[in-house]
Design a protein around this ligand. Structure first.
Ligand code: N01
Length: 486
């Protein structure tokens, strides 16, 4: 007697870019028993949460689009965050993703009983699933530094990743802590609005100049009339982006990095004042930290009402920031552009496998996963943009698409009754981790700077190989690496 395909229920955790993708691709594959749990009250993930002034994606918009939903309407080569959020909402609407999403429910517990996953949300709601897709994001949990006196600040305190609609900047004295991508974008966007801007820099950053032309009406009409022309442009930009940046950063000896360094240096040389230029000069190689891209940062910091403070912060007081030289920098608004806790992923969710394996234990030191997607002992659970993946130097949408196609091939084996459960073996995961760690040492991220790429040992935690390599590894699962339970 043949039983036919096994009916499968899916729970997708998170309704950001990757969760929306997961639903669409599962349905394409014929699976429609899907529940998405989203802790917020609407979709969009990082683009819902990052609404600070100037927020944009520094991956070209044509690459930061779903392959199945090219967007001829992108306004700029690098479009603003609100436009990306609107794009995600539009795609979710067009593909009817919303009907699968339950909002305001944070999955806090997932336990496998040997048969299925049993999930529980913070409100006590429960659900079951044969397969769980964790699409919980990477740059997601804001990092708030433990600065003395932070709670004493009497003005408005805001983190770039939790920007409130009520923050008023016009005519006020604004301080920004940080010099990463978020800070640099904020500086460029608010400088003309504020009375005074004080930028607290702990580490100077290399800034690659950014040319961000608008797509003309004629170009957009051309994309609409001939979608193939936009696909060709996608492929060209994709190649340029891979060869000109993404593949170079994983090879510290790459000549492309020397060219990037030269461009950054020439850009820095546009700062006229010798003292300011010296203080803005990093002491590490370009691209060792995640490269910051901006065309308006250096003009902004040279404006007369902007001050760069590179003395260390001593403490925060009601009236502002006191630096170690004893000076109180008076502020009405304090912006923390201090980045994210990048080691969290789906945590603090508690995840327990059928034989008692716990994610909290597996990741007690640091998060790891086989090919960044799956964890030994936790079967039928796949992460999109999980640990040690290509984050920061590729389009995360393209990454998630490749990962989803890979996961679907494993799901097919569950559906066709090859197995009930599939999880990577401990051995394959360890072998992968050894190779990854070794390759990580050859990347530019390991050339002597501190950055969010580094794990607790100082080892870069991002995918240390080329995009081509990633595509190849994602093309088809090596089944020897998996433990199948029938
Ligand atoms: O965060 P970051 P981000 N005292 O971690 C400083 C993506 N992204 O939000 O360098 C003083 O890079 C810290 O100083 P230091 C992109 O992948 C993309 O800017 O550690 N300063 C640093 O300057 C990006 O890389 C886009 O010495 C303190 C800053 O805070 C990633 O998100 C836009 C401090 C944190 O920089 C993260 O970027 C935005 C302290 N106690 C984000 N603690 C685009 O697409 C921290 N800092 C363009």
């Amino acid at each position: 007697m043949t039983a036919g395909p096994r009916p499968l229920r899916f729970v997708v955790i998170g309704a950001g870019m990757a969760g929306i993708l997961a639903v669409i691709r599962l349905r394409d594959r014929g699976f429609d028993d899907i529940a998405v749990y989203e802790k917020a009250d609407h979709l969009g993930g990082t683009w819902r949460e990052n609404t600070y002034p100037g927020v944009a994606c520094d991956v070209p918009s044509i690459l930061y689009s779903y392959s199945f939903a090219p967007n001829p309407e992108w306004s700029h080569r690098f479009s603003p965050g609100a436009e990306i959020q609107a794009y995600l909402e539009d795609v979710a609407h067009r593909f009817d993703v919303d009907r699968s999403i339950t909002y305001g429910e944070e999955v806090v517990h997932a336990e496998h009983d040997g048969d299925r996953w049993h999930l529980r949300t913070d409100s006590g709601r429960t659900d079951v699933a044969d397969v769980v897709i964790a699409a919980t994001g990477v740059l997601h949990h804001p990092f708030v530094p433990g600065l003395d006196g932070l709670d004493d600040f009497a003005g408005d305190l805001v983190h770039t990743a939790r920007w409130g609609a009520s923050v008023t900047l016009a005519g006020r004295r604004v301080g920004i802590i940080g010099t990463g991508s978020s800070a640099v974008q904020t500086v460029g966007a608010v400088v003309d609005e504020v009375a005074e801007l004080t930028l607290f820099q702990r580490t100077a950053q290399w800034v690659l100049p950014q040319d961000n032309p608008a797509y003309t009406d004629a170009e957009k009409a051309g994309f609409r009339a001939d979608p193939e022309s936009q696909n060709r442009l996608h492929d060209e930009i994709s190649e340029l982006f891979a060869d000109g940046f993404a593949n170079a950063v994983v090879d510290a000896a790459s000549p492309v990095l020397a060219r990037i360094a030269e461009l950054c240096r020439e850009h820095l040389d546009t700062v006229v004042d010798d003292d300011l230029r010296a203080r803005l000069t990093p002491n590490h190689r370009a691209a060792c930290k995640r490269l910051v891209v901006s065309g308006d940062f250096y003009p902004a910091v040279q404006q007369p009402h902007v001050r760069l403070v590179d003395d260390d912060i001593d403490r925060i007081e009601a009236g502002g920031i006191r630096t170690v030289d004893g000076v109180l920098h008076e502020l009405d608004v304090l912006v923390l552009a201090t980045g994210f806790r990048v080691d969290r992923f789906m945590r603090p969710m508690e995840v327990v496998g059928p034989t008692g394996d716990r994610l909290s234990e597996a990741w007690a030191e640091r998060p790891t996963a086989y090919l960044s997607m799956a964890v030994p002992g936790l079967p039928n659970l796949f992460m999109l943009n999980g640990p040690n993946g290509p984050v920061g130097n590729f389009s995360l949408i393209e990454v998630a698409e490749l990962q989803m196609e890979y996961a679907l091939q494993l799901v097919d084996r569950i559906a066709d009754r090859t197995c009930r459960l599939v999880a990577p073996s401990t051995e394959a995961t360890e072998i992968h981790e050894v190779a990854r760690t070794e390759a990580a040492g050859k990347t530019v991220w390991a050339t002597g700077c501190n950055s969010w790429y580094l794990d607790d040992r100082g080892v870069p935690m991002a995918w240390p190989w080329t995009f081509r390599e990633f595509q190849q590894r994602m093309a088809a699962p090596e089944m020897d690496a998996y433990v199948l339970t029938t």
